[in-house]
Design a binder for this molecule. Structure first.
Ligand code: GDP
Length: 426
């Protein structure tokens, strides 16, 4: 029987994973975030309102769904607590029953955001385009074993001792390397009291919970942040994030390493967008780009930064599908392309005078140029369409063309941000 599913991004992120998770949760018992932190945002619009989620799993709006923050996430107590308060204020119940935080999740410490900011300042025009949420310093410290686990909150004396050791070390770097102000012991004590203690009731052994739930036939949905091209190992390094965004990491980052994933839904946007720095071969500029950006409301959920926009990049997308091992695709924001007489699609790259069809090594990517083909657009508004056969022929042709090029079936097409603005393509 088909059970577990991962919903992942195929491109640079912001593909609309949150809205797909929100839709899918109707059929799942548990939603797990397995990597990343509060550095990106899912926008979800449903009967409870409009929400910009950063760390909370998108299943938080369904009454019977248990939401888990796995050991692979960057657990920022300060931001998480602010997000819990914010979502609760809008009438959504969040309790230790429907939100569980892995005791093995490492804590993003107060100096991580500071380190991120200082390093981006030092890099100046060579910066990576970090969202400055402390994610890269956090993951570096996690792998250096220089942070603390959420479960250590249950051992306050040992945790204090550990934190003081880390403080001493980090202050050497803050002062010595960056000439910055050191962090004080009082600051850390306050941080523990004001944020860590608040999230403590949610912390438990989520691995045991997941294993038992799975044995009892419960269905798990794994929710990723960002997309294939930002994966630390498989993305456009170093313009990646500092964690693994691909579905293969979901069992590890969730706390249930033995989890089997039966379906991998790859979310692909009907055109391309990219937040931050790095090569973006099919990027569009000028009025054409501005019109697409405005039509798609392409401004970062966390930062408000205008997103770079471009033609659907079939080379990057096919690669994204491959590294995710996607079994099916949700093509989002097709409605945004309505009214374009001709829709540009990047069907190949040229590199060193040759046409190539395989996504190249990251260093070569900055020399690649797009080969653009134009597809016939449709003039009518499609946001009210709910059936495949009711889409204009040009829209169906566009979807079928993409489907063939990426070699993965498109099962869902979204034509608006609302929960029901979806077409299921058989
Ligand atoms: P995520 O991080 O992958 O969940 O993506 P984001 O939430 O950052 O970006 C997706 C944005 O597109 C959100 O503002 C959604 O509300 C919106 N959205 C999702 N699907 C559609 C769609 O089919 N049409 C339109 N117009 N907007 C959509």
């Amino acid at each position: 029987m088909e059970k577990n599913c991962a919903i992942v991004g195929i491109n640079w992120g912001d593909e609309g994973k949150g809205r797909m998770v929100d839709l899918f949760t109707e059929d799942y018992d548990i939603v797990v975030r397995y990597q990343g932190g509060g550095n990106a945002g899912h926008t979800v619009i449903n009967d409870k309102g409009k929400f910009a989620l950063h760390l909370l799993p998108s299943g938080i709006f369904r009454d019977k769904v248990v939401n888990i923050l796995g050991n692979g996430v960057a657990l920022d107590p300060e931001n998480l607590w602010a997000e819990i308060c914010d979502v609760r204020e809008k009438g959504v119940s969040i309790t230790p029953e429907n939100l569980k935080i892995s005791d093995r999740a490492s804590l993003l410490l107060p100096w991580h955001r500071q380190m991120d900011e200082l390093e981006e300042q030092r890099l100046a025009d060579k910066k990576y385009g970090s969202t400055k949420q402390g994610i890269a310093p956090f993951y570096s410290d996690k792998y250096q074993k220089k942070t603390v686990l959420a479960g250590e909150l249950f051992y306050p004396e040992k945790m204090k001792e550990q934190l003081m050791g880390l403080l001493e070390w980090k202050n050497l770097i803050l002062k010595g390397v960056y000439g910055a102000k050191p962090v004080s012991e009082t600051y850390i004590d306050e941080w523990v009291k004001n944020y860590c203690e608040k999230i403590k009731p949610f912390i438990c052994d989520t691995g045991e919970f997941l294993k038992n739930a799975s044995e009892n036939g419960k269905k798990i949905l794994f929710e990723a942040q960002l997309g294939s091209l930002r994966d630390l190992d498989y993305g456009i390094y170093p313009y990646t994030t500092s964690s693994n965004t691909i579905a293969a990491y979901a069992p590890i980052g969730s706390g249930f390493p033995g989890a089997k994933i039966d379906r991998i839904l790859g979310v692909v946007k009907a055109y391309s967008t990219c937040v931050g720095e790095g090569p973006f071969v099919s990027e569009m500029f000028g009025d054409e780009a501005e019109a697409l950006r405005a039509a798609g409301n392409e401004y970062g959920a966390k930062t408000g930064r205008p997103r770079r926009v471009g033609a659907m990049d079939l080379i990057a997308t096919a690669y994204g599908i491959e590294v995710q091992s996607a079994t099916e695709v949700a093509l989002t924001k097709l409605d945004v392309l309505s009214g374009m007489e001709q829709i540009p699609v990047c069907v190949a790259y040229t590199l060193n005078g040759k046409e190539i069809y395989r996504f190249p090594f990251p260093t070569a990517l900055s020399d690649a140029k797009p080969v653009i083909q134009y597809k016939k657009g449709w003039m009518q508004d499609i946001s009210g369409v709910r059936k495949w056969e009711d889409l204009p022929k040009e829209a169906r042709d566009y979807v079928i063309f993409i489907e063939k090029a990426i070699g993965c079936p498109v099962k869902y097409i979204s034509v608006g941000p609302e929960r029901d603005s979806i077409i299921v393509k058989e």
